[in-house]
Design a protein around this ligand. Sequence first.
Ligand code: UT7
Length: 352
Amino acid sequence: MNQTKTKIAGIGFYVPDKVVKNDDLKEVIETTDEWIQERTGIKERRYIERYKENTTTMAVNASKIALERASIAADDVDFIIFATLSPDYYFPGCGVLLQRELGIKNNCGALDIRNQCSAFIYAISIADQFIKTGMYKNILVVGSETHSAGLDFSNKGRNVSVIFGDGAGAVVLQPTTKENQGILSTHLHAEGLHAEKLAFLHLGAHSGVFTGDTSDFESSGEWGSLFVTKEMIENGTAFPYMDGPFVFKNAVFRFPQVIMEALNANNKNVSDINMLIPHQANLRIAQFIQEKMGLRDDQVYNNIQKYGNTTAASVPIALCEAWELGKIKEGDLVCLAAFGSGFTWGSALLQW
Ligand code: UT7
C-alpha cells in the first residue's frame, strides 16, 4: 500500500469588497501611484468594512468555500490551525472564534500560530504531521489578516502602509494514499537575530519606545506595559515597523535557497515545477526569484497587484486563485514558499 500523505481536499479565499487604489491613499499620505507600482507592483488592495468584518469573519467566508469544495460539513473538522498576525483579540486566538462561528462542536481542537508571512507554510507543515501520523482526518488551515486597522497612515509609516491589504485563504487537508498526490515535504527556518527588523512591538510585555535600533530600546515602564499609550500613538511607535531594504535583501536570498532545499530533498529540478506560489510580499521580489531561478512566466503566479501583501493569507489566496483560473491541474508539482517577519521562512512541495 502507498504511504499516507496529506492532500489539499478543498480550497477557498475571501477578500473584502472595498477596493483601495493607490490614488485613494494619496488622500491620507504623501505617495504616488507611480512610486507604489514601481517599487512593489501593487495597484490596489482590499480593506474590511470597519465594525462589520474582521479577521474571523473573513476566515469564516474562506473556510465555508474550502469545506464545500472538500465536500465535508463543518462538524467533520477535527482540528483548526489559524494563522494570523492580526487577531481580533489579544487572547483568545481566532481559532476558537472560527470554531464557534462555523458551529463546530468541541470534538475539534484549535491552534493559533503567529509566524507572519510564512505562517501558512508553517501551518500546513504542522497539519501534515498530524495527518501522516493518523491523528486527524480533516484539518482546516486558515490564514486571515486585517492589516487596514493597524497601519500608520502618516508619512512616517508610508513605506509599510501602502503595501498591506486584508483577506483570508483556507484549505481542508486530508489523508491520501493516491500516487502522485499530496505534500512531499515541508522545510521551515527561523532567524530571530533580525526579529526587530520587521515587527510590531506593542501589546507585548516589552512595550516601549522603538526607533528601529535594538540598542535604543527602552521599556516604557518599570514593569513593562501591555497597553498602547497615547504617547506611543502620537510618536508613531504603536505601529508595525519595517527596515524595508534589509528585509528585501534577506528575502531575495532566502526564497531561492528554501525552494532549492525542497527540490533537492525530492530529487526534483526547477524545470519540474508546474507552479511556484511565492508569498506575495513585493512583485519585485517575486520577479527577482523567477529570474534568478530561470523560471518561465507560466511557472509562477502573482496577484499582489490586486490584493497587496496579506501576510498569512497571501499564499492560500494566490494558490486558490491560480487553481480557479485553471493554472494548477491534478498531479501538478506545486511549490509554496514564504519569507517574513521573525525572520521565518519556509517551503512546501506538493503534488496537486
Ligand atoms: O512580507 C514580509 C516581507 N516583506 C518584504 O519582503 C518587503 C521588503 N521590502 C520592500 O519591499 C521595500 O523595501 C519597500 C517597498 C517596503 C520600500 O521600498 P524601498 O525601495 O526599499 O524604499 P525605501 O524604504 O528605501 O525608501 C526610499 C524612498 C525614501 O525617500 P528618500 O529618503 O529617498 O527621500 C522614502 O521616504 O522612498 C520614500 N518612500 C515613499 N515615497 C512615496 C517610502 N515609502 C513611500 C511611499 N510613497 N509610500
